[in-house]
Design a protein around this ligand. Structure first.
Ligand code: MG
Length: 305
């Protein structure tokens, strides 16, 4: 199904990033809460999560079919591929970062910080040095809906860096509910969304913050700035294109932010959007997880890498 009039241009540079005769397509519907998409180029498939239904789904670009990849799925949320192309998952119910090896076996990479169980890893990104950076809010332990209800053992919600040798560092400790995250194309800035308004209301504006990455690439500076504040709902997951623009989820669809944080355009979606991912063999197709449905739209830009 094609949705008309989805493109909203707010600044002239957005014209060059979209193709005006292209429609948003609703590819599939039937999720309770779709999130965590990752594109697997070797399979030409998009893997994404349906967290409350405790399943991971896959959309096949060639057939257009959606079927079950895993169920039960540890209430999986975010996914990414590591440098070897293995699927890495942020698990709510597993309260872990896991990886499926080339042999098909799930391995837990980390589930504790200083001997305490993680809350419920939400989203993650792999840096070019192989380290895995992930957020650990409490959404998977706040209720039994998206995981198993439990008290937080850590008592805080941090952003972590897991280095390839297995050392876990809490690199950001000043956010309320860190959620989506991504690096700038040169990996000099780490962007992180805070959805803490779910717990503290207006005391936590729905921002994406920008943290300068340290020279050795292993940590970030505390001298962050607010890149943008969401004008509809909250920013959850997002991706960065080759020009450094952020394509981010929001309450009324997808917002495109320039590298300076200006809202330059939108793709309007009739459901709340939780996350996006670049797919297609040219990485110029934006997949959009919008509550119950999977959408996509071809763009005139592509993933950063
Ligand atoms: Mg998220």
């Amino acid at each position: 199904m094609a949705l008309d009039n989805a493109i909203e241009v707010l600044e002239s540079e957005f014209h060059g990033l979209v193709i005006h005769n292209v429609h948003v397509e609703r590819l599939w519907t039937g999720a309770r809460w779709a999130e965590g998409p990752v594109y697997v180029p070797s399979a030409q498939q998009l893997i994404f999560s349906d967290i409350p239904n405790d399943r991971t789904l896959r959309y096949d670009e060639r057939t257009g079919n959606v079927d079950i990849f895993e169920q039960p799925a540890f209430n999986a949320n975010g996914h990414c591929l590591d440098l070897q192309g293995r699927l890495v998952t942020a698990e709510h119910r597993g309260r872990a970062i896991s990886r499926i090896g080339h042999d098909g076996i799930r391995e837990i990479l980390v589930d504790r910080y200083e001997q305490k169980r993680l809350n419920s890893p939400n989203d993650l990104v792999v840096k070019s040095d192989g380290s895995i950076w992930f957020t650990d809010p409490t959404y998977g332990i706040d209720s039994d809906y998206e995981g198993d209800m439990a008290e937080s053992e850590i008592g805080e919600c941090y952003v972590y860096r897991l280095d390839p040798a297995g050392t876990l560092d809490a690199v950001i400790q000043d956010m309320v509910r860190p959620n989506g995250l991504a690096f700038s194309p040169d990996e000099k800035i780490l962007y992180v969304a805070d959805t803490g308004s779910s717990h503290v209301g207006s005391k936590c504006p729905p921002d994406i913050r920008a943290y300068p990455v340290s020279g050795d690439g292993d940590s970030v500076s505390t001298s962050h700035w607010t890149l943008a504040t969401c004008t509809s709902g909250v920013f959850d997951g997002f991706r960065v294109d080759a020009h450094g623009n952020l394509w981010t989820s929001a309450g009324d669809g997808v917002h495109c932010l320039s590298p300076e944080g200006t809202l330059i355009g939108k793709i309007r979606i009739p459901e709340v959007v939780a996350n996006v991912e670049f797919g297609g063999l040219k990485r110029n197709r934006l997949y959009i997880c919008g509550t119950t449905s999977l959408y996509s739209m071809y763009l005139n830009t592509r993933a950063a890498r």
